[in-house]
Structures are given as structure tokens and as C-alpha cells.
Design a protein around this ligand. Structure first.
Ligand code: PLP
Ligand code: ZN
Length: 408
């Protein structure tokens, strides 16, 4: 059973029944899940969580589905790693890396999709669908396979091979669209109106988005039941950013952790930074941009949750940072070379954003800081292929020593 009582418009507050809908009929605002927190508070304790599975389903009481029927391939409860070397390099003594690159389909999207797929089955759908910048397509196809559902995933035509093949392998109908993500998304909204499919990030979005709260819960639990001082998060639609913030606050109001004083820092790449631009201009609304960035997973020019991400920045006294395109690859290399973690381009954005925040003194040396690595570098090999070269030699000692010498 779940503790969901209704859906509610985030804009005008009107309530709706729990159905596969995502926008308010009156004001077109996005719908959000409403929980019976009093009932949750009566059952949810640290002990109950600790006795749960080593996946995000240990937080099932705070998810909008019946977990006994979960479409589960093991998403969540990923490592929170104390940084030794990167922290030292950046002058940060309390830096942690949340490594979501090791999820079942190699990105944090498994968190949202395991919830969405479960809800879609609950609603009686037999087809799972999405509009994706790449990682979501992989995760939807994987979870649909597990659930015995059909899947149809839409992606922009210019994605990295790792994402195209990484999705196709699970057997979906994979549709590559000659257009940007924003065009793919617009098309999918039309398709969703015409076909009886569960589009995880359209008609199932209120439920789907809740899966990202578990990143906040996990970090708090893994830090010994406390919230960090800083979270550094990569953003596209802005959804995950808002949900990490929400997750920390839910834990606080349930008494599972103390007062949350976390500052939320949003990062994007220069070539697609509409939320950062709004933040810097002091606007509360986001002006759409045309993306042109190496960080393709973050290439959403018209972010659905941009307004709410700006609000979370403001509420948390956070910041928003855009890194240069060349800093994306630098960040990927830096993380790999210092901590042994191969992140995708979104991780490069986070690490370079973190570096700037440390240099600017926004993050103080002893403050507890978590950098969120949300996707795996093996899916974006193209981004780094030209900057990492093997020594190519003939099979003899002389050639080896010659090459070694030349390289030194
Ligand atoms: C690896 C990775 N990180 C971060 C994000 C951003 O997520 P959101 O749209 O919730 O801001 C995405 C979105 O596709 C992603 O693939
Ligand atoms: Zn409304």
C-alpha cells in the first residue's frame, strides 16, 4: 500500500484523484503527489529503514506506489564515497561523492523509472514510454523488459553511441528524432494524447519525479542521519534538484534527521544553461535557450521544473553555476584521475562546478559537501576519446622503452 492521498497542482493548489495525469485543468500547473505524512510518521523509523532492502525501496513508505509489486532491478543505495584526493586538491576536507553511475542502467534515472514503471503497472498500462536525453531511454527500456512491458523510447538523433546502444539492447522500439530534446518532448506530448501509453516523464511524471527524492534520503542516511552543508547537482529539467531538496526536508519533518541547513548548488554547461542564466539575471522564470553542449544529457533548453529549481536555490541560499564547455571534459578527467570514478559529461559539469565553488570560497574547507555523480562515463566515450591516448607500440622491449621515454 502507499500513503498517497491525492494529486495537487503546484500552482493553484487544486486537488485531483490519483490517476495518470500531470497538469492542472484550470491553470496548466504541474501536479504533485500528496501524502498522508501523519500516517507515514507513525510507521517510519530509522530502524525500519535500516531493516529494508539495499535499494531505494528501503524508503518505500515515502514513495507513491505499492512496493510489494515493485519493478525492481536494484536501483539505488549506491555508494557515498569519502573523497581523499579530489578533496585535498580543492582544499575541501569533508567532500563526498554520491556515485549514481553504478545504478543498474548506469544513471540515476533508474530511481525515477523504477517508481514510474511500478505505477504504470498499477494503473494497468502495458507500454512504458519516454522522451529522453539518453539515460532515461536506457532505464525505461531496461525496466520495461523486467516488467514484461513493451517500451517505446524517443531520443534526439545526435546522441552518443553508448546511450543509443545502451537503450536498444533491452529491445524497445527506439525512435531517434531529427531534432532537439525540446522538439522530442513536444512530439511525445502529442503522442501521449493519442496512444494509451505510460510516458514516464509526461502522464506519469508526478509519480516518476518522486523517485529522485531517494538521493536526498540516501545521502542523509549514509552520512549518519544528517543533511550535508552543500549539495552540488547537475540539472536539465531541474526536477532532480528540487527532489533532493524535498527529500531532505521530508526526513527533517519526520524527525529522521535534525534541522536541514543544506545549500543547494545547481550546475549546467555553458552551452545549455537556462536555469543558471535566470538565476544570474535575478529572474524567477526561465527563458528557453537552444542547446549546444557536449553535456547532451543536460541539453534541455526549456526546463519543465526550472521555476521550482530557482525557488529551491532561493530557499536554500544556494547558487547556480555554468561551466565552460571545455571544463566538462576537464572535470571528467579530474574525477577519474583523482578518485577512480568515470562519470559521464554531467559528472564533468558537477566536478568543474564544485571546483569553482571551492575556489570562490562559497564552500568552506570543513563544510560537509556532496557532489552528485549521476551518470556513467562509458556512455559518453565520444566526449573524452580524443584526450586519452594509449601508447601504440611494436611487440618488443625497445619499442616499449622508446615509447615510455617519448611520453615522459
Ligand atoms: C546523467 C544525468 N544527470 C542529470 C540529469 C538532470 O536531470 P533533471 O532533468 O532531473 O534535472 C540528467 C537528465 O537527463 C541526466 O541524464
Ligand atoms: Zn492549477
Amino acid at each position: 500500500m502507499s500513503y498517497v492521498s491525492a494529486l495537487r497542482c503546484r500552482s493553484c493548489g487544486r486537488e485531483y484523484p490519483v490517476e495518470a495525469i500531470n497538469v492542472c485543468d484550470f491553470c496548466f500547473g504541474p501536479l504533485e503527489v500528496v501524502y498522508d505524512y501523519d500516517a507515514i510518521a507513525r510507521v517510519m523509523t530509522r530502524e525500519r529503514i535500516k531493516a529494508g532492502p539495499l535499494t531505494l525501496w528501503r524508503y518505500a513508505d515515502l514513495l507513491p506506489v505499492d512496493a510489494t509489486e515493485a519493478v525492481d532491478i536494484g536501483a539505488g543505495f549506491t555508494p557515498l564515497i569519502r573523497s581523499k584526493n579530489l578533496g585535498k586538491l580543492l582544499g575541501l576536507n569533508n567532500l563526498y561523492i554520491k556515485n549514481d553511475a553504478v545504478n543498474p542502467s548506469y544513471s540515476f534515472k533508474d530511481r525515477v523509472v523504477t517508481v514510474a514503471a511500478t505505477k504504470a503497472l498499477e494503473f494497468g498500462f502495458n507500454t512504458l514510454a519516454c522522451a529522453s536525453t539518453g539515460n532515461l531511454a536506457c532505464s525505461v527500456a531496461a525496466h520495461a523488459a523486467r516488467a514484461g512491458m513493451k517500451s517505446i523510447v524517443f531520443i534526439p538523433g545526435d546522441l552518443e553511441q553508448g546511450k543509443v546502444i545502451g537503450a536498444a539492447i533491452y529491445g524497445p522500439t527506439l525512435v531517434a528524432v531529427d531534432g532537439s530534446y525540446d522538439e522530442v518532448n513536444r512530439l511525445c506530448s502529442e503522442v501521449a494524447d493519442n496512444y494509451p501509453w505510460a510516458f514516464v516523464n509526461i502522464n506519469i511524471r508526478p509519480f516518476y519525479a518522486e523517485g529522485s527524492k531517494t538521493m536526498g534520503y540516501e545521502v542523509a542516511e549514509q552520512l549518519g542521519w544528517r543533511a550535508p552543508d552543500h549539495c552540488i547537482v547537475p540539472s536539465a529539467s531541474g526536477s532532480m534538484f528540487t527532489k533532493i531538496w524535498k527529500g531532505l526536508h521530508e526526513f527533517e519533518s519526520l524527525g529522521l534527521i535534525g534541522r536541514v541547513h543544506t545549500r543547494m548548488h545547481l550546475t549546467q554547461a555553458e552551452g545549455c544553461a537556462p536555469i543558471v542564466e535566470a538565476y544570474q539575471a535575478g529572474r524567477i522564470h526561465v527563458r528557453p535557450v537552444r542547446p549546444n553542449t557536449i553535456a547532451k544529457s543536460l541539453a534541455i533548453g526549456n526546463p519543465a521544473d526550472g521555476v521550482y529549481a530557482l525557488r529551491a536555490i532561493q530557499e536554500s541560499n544556494g547558487t547556480a553555476t555554468a561551466v565552460l564547455e571545455e571544463e566538462v571534459v576537464e572535470g571528467m578527467k579530474l574525477l577519474a584521475e583523482t578518485e577512480g570514478i568515470f562519470a559521464e559529461t554531467a559528472g564533468g559539469v558537477v566536478v568543474s562546478g564544485l571546483k569553482r565553488l571551492a575556489q570562490q570560497g562559497v564552500i568552506k574547507p570543513d563544510e560537509l559537501t556532496v557532489a552528485f555523480i549521476t551518470g556513467n562515463g562509458l556512455k559518453t566515450l565520444e566526449a573524452v576519446a580524443s584526450v586519452v591516448k594509449p601508447l601504440l607500440i611494436k611487440p618488443n622491449l625497445e619499442a616499449f622503452e622508446g615509447a615510455l621515454h617519448a611520453r615522459a
